[in-house]
Ligand binder design. Structure first.
Ligand code: CO
Length: 449
């Protein structure tokens, strides 16, 4: 095969002509001086499980037969990190060795059906880690940042929202003000319901609270939906009274309440003009969205638990949500997410990709490249990377004045310090966070987390 044919196969016309232009000038790494290059092949697939910020992250490295050319992707499913690691090492790696890493779409499609049963969170995360790594390789091969492969920048920076929480209204208000002072224009606000284990108001990970005499795997975090749906509108009434309209406010229900209470809440919040209300229903209750739409104009964000296209197709085509909020590595990576973004574009749905601490800095970089390139960008959930995260992942997206900025280096512009990553091993005793699955009503009934 001619050099150009194999080198550009699967890149699409734009990528191929850009690449041809690059090669005609001086040539990116490995493509110089008109030499005939050996075909590019996947040489190895490696999985890193690391926790530099105390949160279990899974990152995939795909190596090629060209010295120094590799890609990174995020496969983080923090609750089941070891299972994803096994899916990559034992199942995807043997399927991929020797294949052409530039055939991103074909590798996505064939890997996706290689298990026959598909669209589950474990296999989707494994697949996503590989998929993002392949996009990183294509970018490095072409000498271009990935946002350029996706059509180029639609904006200068990626507007993010920050998390503010507290034990009472005054503390939340203080946290919102602090975020505004640092430049954020969008803030998610969550308040503790007195006496109850409230989502979004404690630490992101770590130990489990409760009676130390009870083994941690049986310690319940008590939660009642009634007091929660009554206190939240009062929080936003307080915030609007104190802060006026100078900030966009967001809130996450986290699927914790019965659908009818979520509908009451969405309507009660309408006077306070939220930027969005997130996950009012669980994925099992999406049938309620058509009723909610008739009841209130509170903007709705949904989807961080979605895995399967059938979970979002009707919501988007029916114009029942305003923001799509998937965790990119839950749905199959960048290949799937850019199609989802394009689908949303035609229905006026904007993006709000999942981006807390259980998305690795590599995953955040992928979010940011996609955010820059899509016309229907809405908002990006952001966070301040810890020093340890920045050290393990050189090239974390830069956060300035509430905006993320992508690196302009080829690919996603982010790397991993493997030696340092190993200094932050995940605990294997147990290898998961016991708080998930232990939220219960006062009478002991299990609640969605
Ligand atoms: Co959420």
């Amino acid at each position: 095969m001619q050099r150009r044919e194999w080198l550009t196969a699967g890149m699409g016309v734009a990528g191929a002509s850009l690449l041809a232009g690059q090669m005609a000038r001086a040539g990116p790494a490995g493509a110089a001086q008109g030499r005939k290059l050996p075909p590019l092949r996947i040489f190895d697939v490696q999985t890193f499980v690391t926790a530099p910020a105390g949160i279990r992250l899974v990152v995939v490295k795909v190596l090629t037969n060209e010295a120094g050319l590799y890609g990174l992707g995020c496969a983080t499913f923090t609750q089941r990190a070891r299972v994803v690691e096994t899916a990559i090492d034992k199942y995807l790696k043997p399927f991929l060795i020797g294949k052409d890493p530039l055939q991103v779409e074909d590798i996505y499609q064939s890997s996706w059906v290689s298990s026959y049963w598909r669209n589950g969170p474990v296999l989707n995360n494994a697949l996503s880690g590989v998929d993002m790594a392949l996009w990183d390789i294509v970018g490095k091969r072409a000498g271009l940042p990935v946002y350029q492969l996706l059509g180029g920048k639609c904006r200068d920076g990626v507007d993010t929202y920050f998390h503010a929480s507290g034990k009472d209204f005054a503390t939340v208000e203080k946290a919102v003000r602090a975020a505004m002072d640092k430049g954020w224009r969008h803030v998610r606000a969550q308040v503790t319901v007195p006496g109850l284990a409230t989502y979004g108001t404690g630490g992101a990970t770590g130990g489990i609270e409760g009676d130390p005499k009870v083994p941690p795997n049986r310690r319940a975090q008590v939660w009642e939906p009634g007091p929660y749906v009554r206190i939240v509108p009062r929080l936003f009434e307080h915030l609007r009274k104190q802060l006026g309209d100078r900030v966009e406010l967001l809130h996450d229900v986290h699927e914790r309440v019965p659908p009818i209470l979520a509908m009451q809440l969405a309507r009660d919040l309408e006077p306070f003009r939220l930027f969005f209300l997130e996950d009012p229903f669980s994925p099992e209750d999406v049938g309620y969205f058509k009723h909610l739409r008739k009841l209130t104009s509170t903007p709705i964000a949904m989807g961080e638990l979605f895995n399967n296209p059938n979970e979002w197709l009707d919501l988007i085509a029916g114009r029942l949500i305003d923001f799509i909020r998937v965790h990119l590595s839950q749905i199959g990576g960048l290949t799937q997410a850019r199609k989802l973004a394009a689908l949303c574009e035609f229905f006026g749905v904007r993006s709000a990709w999942h981006g807390p601490g259980d998305v690795s800095p590599v995953g955040h970089a992928v979010n940011v490249h996609l955010d820059l390139a899509i016309p229907n960008f809405g908002i990006q959930e952001g966070r301040i990377f810890t020093q340890a995260e920045q050290d393990v992942f050189p090239g974390c997206p830069a956060l300035r004045n509430g905006y993320y900025h992508a690196s302009d280096r080829p690919g996603f512009g982010i790397d991993i310090d493997e030696k340092l990553a190993r200094k932050f091993p995940i605990s294997d005793d147990p290898p998961f966070d016991l708080r998930w699955g232990n939220v219960r009503r006062r009478d002991g009934t299990s609640v969605r987390p």
